[in-house]
Design a protein around this ligand. Sequence first.
Ligand code: ZN
Length: 158
Amino acid sequence: MIPIEYQGMLAPFMEPPPTDVLGAARALGLAVYSTPLPAGISGVLARDPSYGTASGFVILVDENEPVVRQRFSAAHELGHYILHRDSIGERVEDNYMLRAAGMTSLQETEANRFAADLLMPREAVSLAMSEGFTTVDQLAARFNVSRLAMGIRLGLPT
Ligand SMILES: [Zn+2]
């Protein structure tokens, strides 16, 4: 679900795992800030009020959540930027379930698929398994994602 025109640019940040989400965002002209967010909000994609970023957007993630969650939230917001930025207004605020007012459930699914493909590329997961990372715990640690996210990627029941 990573658009083909972005694959070449993002590839260097995805190899080897774990994916460098901040580097990928920076390369696309976005700043990512880990900061306290209002209760119930996990990720925000907002137009940059200071116009300091090349893209004109910033991503905020909740510093009180585990790093693996912050990484997934940042990747999800990057997905909204890449896939949906023309249809958003001033900001998108995703709740704990990574759903935002003004975004359709299809758009949320697209952003989640983008995040999963950015953080856990299928070929890289297969390669890691062939290298001996065979449990959900081992793979989650290798890709710096939550056990839940890796379990979903592997098609395990949640
Ligand atoms: Zn979202």
